[in-house]
Design a protein around this ligand. Structure first.
Ligand code: NAD
Ligand code: TDX
Length: 358
C-alpha cells in the first residue's frame, strides 16, 4: 500500500494551479502531486520552472474531457484527492467564443466526476484511504451586487456571462454528485486572484505589460466596477485548509477583504511603477495612458464575499493586504519580464516540445 496522499491537480500549469503545485511541493512532502494540464494558451510550463518529476511530482499533458486518459490515471496513480482548477477562465474570451467554456468547464468537470465516481465508489474498491474532490470555482456564479451586500454560500446563483454560467453549471454537477452518489466533494468560490504567473490578459498583468510598453490602459465603462482582490498565495493556503478541515458536501467562499474599483487598481499600479522605475520616456506619468473604452457586455458591477464560514469553521483569513500584495506582484513582474515577453511573442508555447521532445 502506498504511503503518500496522491493529489491530482488539474490545470497546474495555469496561474493559480502553478502557485498551488509549488505550495504543495514546498510544504507537503508527504503528498504526491500529479499535474494534469492540456497546456492551452493559458498553460505555461515555465510557471513551474525548477520543479522536476520524481517521487513527489509528475506532469501529464492531457485534456480533462478525455475520459479514457483520466480513468486510466486514477487507476495507475491511485488518486485520493482531486483539486480541480482546469478551466477556461477569461470572461472576455467567453463572450467572444463561449464553446470552449462549455466543453472544458462543464463537460471536463463531468468527466472528472465520472472518473472519481467509478474509481472511488465502485463495489470492491479499497476505501480505507480518505478521498476528496475539491472543485475550485468563482464568486461570479452569484451574479452582480449593488452598492451594498455580500455573497454568502447560500446566495442564489445568478451567473451573467458564459464563463460564470459554465462555472455555475459545474458547481451544480459537483454538488449533485454529493447528493446523488455520496461522492466526497467540496467547493470553493473565490474572488479575483492576483499575484505572480497571472496571464497578461487579466486586468493587473495587462496594465503592467501595457504600461511598460507605453501602450494604452483600457478601462471598461466608467471604471467603477468593484472586485475583491485575493492574493494568490492566500487563496492556495485557503484551499489546503479546506482539504484538511473542510466538510464534504459544503462550499466555502474565499475573499481577500480588499474591495477596490478598477480605476483605483489601475491608478495605483501606474503610481507604483512611476515610483519604482521612473516616468514614461515622454516624461508623463503612466496614468496618462489610461483610456476609458466601451464596456464589457453584461459587466458585473460589484463582487464582495462574506467570509464568515471559512473564518469561523476553518480558522482561515487572508494575510496579505492589497497594498502589500500589489507591491509584491509588481516586483515579481519587474524581475520576470522575460516571462511576460515569452508570452507576448508566443515562444512560451514551445517549452513542452523543448522539454519532452514531442
Ligand atoms: P488559468 O486560465 O490561468 O489556467 C487554466 C489552466 O487550465 C491552464 O494551465 C490550462 O492549460 C488548463 N486547462 C484549460 N483547459 C483544459 C483542459 N480541457 N484540460 C486540461 N487542462 C486545461 O486559470 P486560473 O486563473 O489559474 O484559474 C484556475 C481556476 O480558478 C479556474 O477554475 C477558475 O475558474 C478559478 N478561479 C479563478 C479566479 C481568478 O481570479 N483567476 C477567481 C476565481 C476562480
Ligand atoms: O482590459 C481590461 N480592462 C478592464 O477594465 C480588463 C482585462 C479588465 N477590465 C475590468 C473588467 C473587470 O471588472 O477589470 C476587472 C477585472 O477583469 P479581469 O481581470 O478580466 O477579471 P474578472 O472578469 O473580474 O474575472 C476574474 O476573476 C474571477 C477571473 O478572470 C475569473 O476567472 C474569476 O472567476
Amino acid at each position: 500500500m502506498k504511503n503518500k496522499r496522491t493529489v491530482l491537480v488539474t490545470g497546474g500549469c495555469g496561474f493559480i494551479g502553478s502557485n498551488f503545485v509549488r505550495l504543495l511541493l514546498d510544504d507537503y512532502p508527504e503528498w504526491r502531486v500529479i499535474n494534469l494540464d492540456k497546456l492551452t494558451y493559458a498553460g505555461n510550463l515555465r510557471n513551474l520552472k525548477g520543479i522536476t518529476e520524481g517521487e513527489n511530482y509528475r506532469m501529464v499533458k492531457a485534456d480533462i474531457c478525455d475520459a479514457e486518459a483520466i480513468e486510466n490515471l486514477f487507476i495507475e496513480e491511485e488518486i485520493d484527492t482531486v483539486v480541480h482548477f482546469a478551466a477556461e477562465s477569461h470572461v472576455d474570451r467567453s463572450i467572444s467564443g463561449p464553446a470552449e467554456f462549455i466543453q472544458t468547464n462543464i463537460i471536463g468537470t463531468f468527466t472528472l466526476l465520472e472518473a472519481a465516481r467509478k474509481n472511488w465508489l465502485a463495489e470492491g474498491v479499497d476505501d480505507s484511504r480518505e478521498k476528496c474532490f475539491l472543485h475550485v470555482s468563482t464568486d461570479e456564479v452569484y451574479g452582480s451586487l449593488g452598492e451594498t451586500g455580500f455573497f454568502t454560500e447560500s446566495t442564489a446563483f445568478d451567473p451573467r456571462s458564459p464563463y460564470s454560467a459554465s462555472k455555475a453549471s459545474s458547481d451544480h454537477l459537483v454538488s449533485a454528485y454529493f447528493h446523488t452518489y455520496g461522492l466526497p466533494v467540496r467547493i470553493t468560490n473565490c474572488s479575483n486572484n492576483y499575484g505572480p504567473y497571472q496571464f497578461p490578459e487579466k486586468l493587473i498583468p495587462l496594465v503592467f505589460n501595457n504600461s511598460m510598453l507605453g501602450k494604452e490602459l483600457p478601462v471598461y465603462g466608467d471604471g467603477k466596477n468593484i472586485r475583491d482582490w485575493l492574493y494568490v498565495e492566500d487563496h492556495c493556503e485557503a484551499i489546503v485548509e479546506v482539504l484538511k478541515k473542510g466538510e464534504n458536501g459544503k462550499s466555502y467562499n474565499i475573499g481577500g477583504n480588499n474591495e477596490k474599483q478598477n480605476i483605483e487598481v489601475v491608478t495605483l499600479i501606474c503610481d507604483i511603477l512611476d515610483r519604482k522605475i521612473g516616468l514614461l520616456e515622454s516624461g508623463e506619468p503612466r496614468s496618462s495612458l489610461i483610456t476609458f473604452v466601451k464596456d464589457r457586455l453584461g459587466h458585473d458591477r460589484r463582487y464582495a464575499i462574506d467570509p464568515t464560514r471559512i473564518r469561523d469553521e476553518l480558522g482561515w483569513e487572508p494575510k496579505v493586504t492589497f497594498e502589500s500584495g500589489i507591491e509584491k506582484t509588481l516586483d515579481w513582474y519587474l524581475e520576470n519580464q522575460d516571462w511576460v515577453k515569452a508570452i507576448v511573442d508566443g515562444s512560451y508555447q514551445n517549452y513542452y516540445q523543448e522539454m519532452y521532445g514531442k
